[in-house]
Design a protein around this ligand. Structure first.
Ligand code: CTP
Ligand code: CA
Length: 222
């Protein structure tokens, strides 16, 4: 009888993980960002690496991680992240988009610090590229995992994202609850695929949710 260690269930797999909140510059000293810490993406990268996968972590977070199976590629903006994902996508088995990608960026980025002048400053924001939508055009056999951060109608909104972004798996989380989600060590996830919600976790550590994701991936990858 062959015994396969539980810890090696993703051995031989190449996994691309994105993490953190991207930042979009306004001028040399100011930028727009969001409340994402990067903890969820880092926990996923670590769990996949511990399961024997070769992980590339494209990160907009300044959290540190060191693991023999994790290669780090730092990025700042949503555009950097898109280019980094495009650059590694063809050679990956799985893409996990845990990053909180900025939805808008300043239309104009000033070369010089914008001087305080008058009571109001108007900034016009332009939509950033949707990385998942862009990359799904390049899809071969990759298994694509996305997140949905919602404050209302969690399952309905998340299911729309699964379809519009052509995902194989979606992790939906309710970010209106302060105990979970952004910057917390805990989260609560509904796992959704084309047949709907098939597993809902309790409020539990991001490490524990990541090991559930690893198990699901090992069952669904060939
Ligand atoms: N995402 C992406 N590119 C973007 C924005 C989001 O690839 N420009 C990815 C995220 O990494 C996540 C998924 O899309 O895996 C859903 O992100 P979310 O912010 O929940 O959804 P959006 O499509 O941005 O819609 P909205 O913020 O309006 O709910
Ligand atoms: Ca968004």
């Amino acid at each position: 009888q062959q015994i396969v260690a539980q810890t090696e269930i993703l051995s031989g797999k190449k996994i691309l993980v994105t993490a953190g909140g991207t930042s979009e510059p306004i001028d040399p000293v100011r930028y727009i960002t969001n409340r994402s810490s990067g903890k969820m993406g880092y926990a996923i990268a670590e769990a996949c690496a511990n399961a024997g996968a070769k992980v590339k972590l494209i990160t907009a977070s300044d959290m540190k991680i060191s693991h023999p199976n994790i290669e780090i590629e730092p990025v700042i903006t949503s555009n950097d992240m898109l280019e980094a994902v495009k650059g590694s996508f063809d050679s990956t088995d799985v893409l996990i988009m845990a990053a909180a990608v900025s939805d808008y960026k300043s239309e104009i980025v000033s070369d010089q610090k914008i001087k305080k002048n008058g009571d109001y400053l108007e900034l016009r924001l332009k939509k950033t590229p949707d990385i998942l939508k862009e990359i799904s055009k390049q899809k071969n056999n990759q298994f694509i995992v996305g997140f949905a951060a919602e404050t209302q109608d969690l399952i309905a909104n998340a299911t729309k994202k699964l379809e519009s972004k052509k995902l194989d798996l979606l992790l939906a989380n309710d970010v209106s609850n302060d105990k979970i989600g952004f910057n917390s060590d805990d989260n609560q996830i509904s796992f959704i695929d084309k047949n709907g919600v098939f597993e809902k976790t309790n409020i539990e550590s991001k490490a524990s949710i990541s090991s559930k994701l690893v198990k699901i991936l090992s069952e669904r990858l060939d």
